[in-house]
Write a protein that binds this ligand. Structure first.
Ligand SMILES: [Mn+2]
Length: 321
């Protein structure tokens, strides 16, 4: 029996989810991003006898292909899909009818859902991995996560989670780094005891401090949002910093990728009435791209030439919400 896991490469939630699956099931794993998910499902190794997919959502435009691939895979082996990106009831029904074991809840991060799914096969210490995902996805206030948090020293969990997130933000471009983290975390190692994670995190703290200054002069306000083009890989962090620097409910940061595309991160505050995950898919599609995500954190990819139009649509939406 060889289990195979496909999880999100971009953040601690995806990395922790993968580590939990590897700790519970052993076998092989692959980290990937939203736009490569279908390819990764096609590339499930022939040695695999079961598969778990974690923390990876699709958007409306490629959802039919996603379900078709899940169905094909589920005919060959048991498939579990653990995720917390927004899904309509209809979409959930389609996934279930494809023969997939679905663990979905928008109120918890993927790592908490993964922990709960494989709890019986995991050591006690694995609860900490679930909390790393919860803290860094801003979902540690859910009933499940806060109950778990109460059983630890909160400061220790926050320190370890943040070290992991900062080290990953610095090294996420090369998949070898998050892959190394998955292997170490699956052994229940604390982030501070993994190689240079502590040193990398401190270096990233200085990057974040400088960025907080930089966004004030390089960011632009447009109605109730502020945006900025950046070369930082952690565009989500930049989006968050924009919210503070301009005192707006929505921050948008983007970077240009080869091939004329812009990769964009959106973050909002509780003041915003717009569900980013639901809306950005539609707006990005209108501008020739794709996107998705959560209520207060989402992302999209659109042609660079469409960025001004997309920002204007977002500003208009915020104004009318
Ligand atoms: Mn997540």
């Amino acid at each position: 029996m060889v289990h195979h896991c496909i999880s999100h490469v971009k953040d601690v939630d995806g990395v922790s989810s993968a580590a939990l699956v590897v700790a519970a099931k052993g076998g092989t794993f692959r980290l990937t991003d939203y736009d490569e998910l279908l390819k990764e499902i096609d590339a499930v190794p022939s040695s695999a006898t079961s598969v778990t997919i974690c923390d990876l959502g699709t958007n409306a435009s490629n959802f039919p292909q996603f379900v078709a691939r899940l169905e094909g895979l589920a005919k060959r082996m048991p498939v579990a899909y653990i995720d917390h990106h927004y899904l309509t009831e209809e979409a959930k029904g389609q996934i279930l009818r494809a023969g997939v074991e679905l663990h979905h809840d928008v109120k918890d991060c993927a790592a908490v859902l993964t922990y709960l799914t494989y709890k019986a096969e995991l050591p006690e210490a694995a609860r900490m991995l679930a909390l790393f995902g919860a803290v860094t996805d801003y979902m540690d206030v859910s009933p499940n996560a806060s109950r778990m948090m109460e059983t630890f020293d909160r400061q220790f969990v926050l320190l370890e989670s943040t070290m992991l997130a900062y080290a990953l933000a610095r090294n996420g471009k090369d998949y070898a780094y998050p892959e190394m983290l998955v292997k170490e975390l699956a052994q229940m190692k604390s982030p501070h005891s993994i190689d240079e994670v502590g040193k990398e995190a401190i270096q990233q703290a200085e990057v974040v401090r400088k960025l907080a200054e930089e966004v004030k002069s390089r960011g632009t306000r447009m109605g109730k949002l502020a945006y900025m083009k950046t070369s930082e890989s952690a565009t989500g962090n930049v989006a968050k910093l924009l919210i503070g620097a301009f005192d707006v409910p929505l921050g948008v940061a983007y970077k240009e990728k080869p091939g004329g595309m812009a990769e964009m991160s959106l973050r909002s505050t509780s003041e915003s009435k717009v569900h980013l995950g639901k809306e950005i898919g539609l707006i990005a599609q209108k501008h020739g791209g794709s996107g998705g995500g959560h209520d207060k954190a989402a992302g999209c990819s659109v042609p660079t030439t469409e960025v001004p139009g997309l920002l204007a649509d977002l500003a208009k939406l915020l104004e009318s919400a």
